[in-house]
Design a protein around this ligand. Structure first.
Ligand SMILES: [Cu+2]
Length: 134
């Protein structure tokens, strides 16, 4: 009986879940041409999907959205992830293009793009303000 209940519970978790989960790793590879990177740095998902940002090594990374479709307001940013295996996830509900960067490594080109459904035209996007004034 216990086993049956467990099976039913597992099926409930799996079947109605249309939304998917994706993982973007925050990578440090000092040997690489771009030592600090999001992998993958571009991702196409659907509204309702969740993206997990995972620190792949012991290094300090974060994720800050710096451009978003109009109508998406407020800061979207992860806390600082300092240790290997630390994660932060966000569920994207509104269609469009989201650009993001890692604040500690922004100058080193650590950035990426997530397209939710259909990409936004540039005029349908807006810059998100950050406390550090960008
Ligand atoms: Cu970084």
């Amino acid at each position: 009986m216990k086993k049956l209940l467990l099976t039913a519970a597992l099926m409930l978790m799996v079947t109605p879940a249309m939304a998917k989960e994706y993982t973007i790793k925050m990578v440090t590879d000092t040997e690489a041409e771009h030592p600090y990177a999001f992998s993958p740095s571009t991702l196409n998902i659907q509204p309702g999907d969740t993206v997990i940002f995972e620190n792949a090594q012991d290094d300090t990374h974060n994720m800050m959205i710096d451009g978003a479709p109009k109508g998406v307001d407020g800061m979207i940013m992860s806390p600082t992830l300092e240790q290997e295996g630390q994660t932060w996830s966000y569920t994207f509900t509104k269609e469009g293009t989201y650009s993001f960067h890692c604040h500690p490594h922004q100058a080193l080109g650590m950035k990426g793009t997530i397209i939710v459904g259909t990409a936004s035209k540039p005029e349908d996007m807006h810059k998100m303000k950050h406390e550090h004034g960008e």
